[in-house]
Design a protein around this ligand. Structure first.
Ligand code: EPZ
Length: 435
């Protein structure tokens, strides 16, 4: 099993090129099958989640040509059925985007749902509510969502809560429905906007993406396009946090600074120097940082996917900080691992009360999920002594060349592969399902 071996203490200094946004890519790859013409997509990150999605698409007959590491040519004209049997697809949460794409194009879809997940409950009731509003019958049978419609008709849908996945899925189901669809209380994340822009480049008629009311006029069909995915705001934010935590100086390049504002505003508040230019943001930290309060919120609030990284940073800042997780009901599991490194954090429900310590100490720690794993790597890079980070397959789901980029910035990090220790079937099953 692969692990990271990290010796802390080096400030991270230099420039890092940010890749395509994983959470935009997963939606856009699924949506690319909604035309029978060929779609070219650039800036697809080479991470486990996108590769799992591509394999699932190929399993139903989608023709995929990999032009280069980050560019694909995709043609969905030969999809032979809408039943996804690919075992791997259960490993990613975003498998459900294939429901919206297949239902929107073929009015039929059967896609396995991922099992439990390590961020707490991950319901799909809002996705199902949206599909049913459009006229589909939707049932969950033998672990799969089965959706079917004679025809899909535009509808006025009020989301009961802000959901990135449900907003994206309903957009895909509605783009070729008859008539007008309105989605109220829609998610406004950059990847929702990217998906809408992608579909509009294929001839869809979507207005208002990025606001909480999205209006869609159904069209007859979609056509070919060439599209470049936006940069990953969370990958970029993770490296900015690493600069702050290691008292370093990092410039993230190929970014959209506007998408990072909610992240670097907090870093500036606790004492970092922040410089913004057209497609780059630089963070410099020369002294111990101060405390603050953070509450995760839907975009443009502080992103939940940056919550573990911020908690790690505040864990070695001066004073007492509060981090409140308002999106997921169990996203502080990594604090147990951070405690092993000497942190002083008390979790009360969905709030972490953080008393900053001078420095973490190296330890063996396990990644509970993608973002928490990246946060624990940051903790290890600042810690006194050596750390070993296990279960790094979670981190590799969403961070391309993570250890290589950190090494280039001066981090003392190596990847080693050791024979799998004995693990119980339960642990193996749990480990195989990711958020
Ligand atoms: C997306 O997950 C991202 N994943 C997550 O990133 C991200 O944390 C999340 O949005 C919030 O920004 C992808 O885009 C693949 P939600 P998603 O639907 O769509 C509840 C990462 O690290 N909810 O916005 O699943 C849900 O349980 C991952 O890249 C319902 O109750 O998130 C959660 O508490 C982790 N019913 C809240 O809403 C529903 O039908 C927000 O979930 C749907 C969601």
């Amino acid at each position: 099993m692969e692990k990271y071996v990290i010796t802390g203490g080096n400030p991270l200094v230099g420039e890092v090129e940010i890749g395509g946004a994983k959470n935009a890519a997963l939606a856009i790859l699924a949506a690319s099958i909604m035309t029978d013409e060929t779609v070219t997509i650039e800036n697809v990150p080479d991470v486990r989640d996108t590769n799992v999605m591509l394999q699932a698409m190929e399993s139903i007959g989608v023709q995929i040509i990999r032009v280069d590491r980050h560019t694909y040519r995709i043609n969905g004209s030969r999809i032979h059925n809408q039943v996804i049997l690919n075992e791997g697809i259960k490993k990613i949460r975003a498998s459900y985007y294939l429901i919206g794409a297949l239902l929107g194009k073929y009015k039929n879809a059967e896609v396995p749902l991922p099992g439990g997940c390590n961020l707490g409950t991950r319901a799909i009731d809002q996705h199902i509510k949206g599909f049913r509003s459009l006229g589909a019958s939707v049932n969950v049978r033998h672990g799969s969502v089965v959706a079917h419609a004679q025809s899909l008709k535009g509808s006025h849908i009020f989301m009961d809560k802000v959901s990135v996945g449900a907003t994206i899925n309903v957009i895909m189901a509605a783009v070729m429905a008859e008539g007008k669809t309105v989605i109220e209380n829609a998610a406004k994340e950059p990847h929702v906007v990217d998906l809408a822009n992608f579909l509009n480049s294929m001839g869809a008629n979507i207005k208002g993406a990025g606001t909480d009311v999205i209006r869609i006029n159904g069209v007859q069909s979609l056509h070919k396009t060439e599209y470049m995915i936006i940069p990953d705001q969370i990958e970029a934010g993770t490296y900015l946090m690493a600069a702050a935590a290691t008292r370093g100086d990092i410039t993230v390049k190929n970014v959209i600074p506007k998408h990072l504002e909610c992240i670097y505003a907090k870093l500036s508040e606790i004492g970092c120097q922040v410089e913004e230019s057209d497609d780059a943001v630089r963070v410099v930290a020369t002294k111990r940082l101060g405390n603050t309060q953070v509450k995760t919120l839907p975009y443009p609030g502080f992103p939940t996917d940056m919550q573990p990284q911020m908690t790690v940073l505040l864990g070695i800042a001066q004073g007492i900080s509060i981090v409140t997780e308002s999106i997921f009901d169990n996203r502080f599991k990594y604090v147990d691992e951070l405690t092993r490194m000497g942190s002083d954090i008390k979790v009360e429900g969905n709030t972490a009360i953080i008393t900053g310590v001078e420095r973490y100490s190296g330890a063996e720690i396990a990644s509970p999920d993608l973002r928490a794993g990246a946060a624990l790597v940051i903790a290890a890079l600042t810690a006194e002594g050596e750390s070993v980070v296990t279960d790094i397959q979670y981190i590799q789901r969403g961070y391309e060349d993570f250890h290589l980029k950190l090494k280039k910035l001066g981090g003392n990090i190596e990847i080693i592969d050791t024979p799998d220790e004995e693990e119980s079937p339960k642990d193996a099953a749990f480990r195989s399902v990711v958020s």
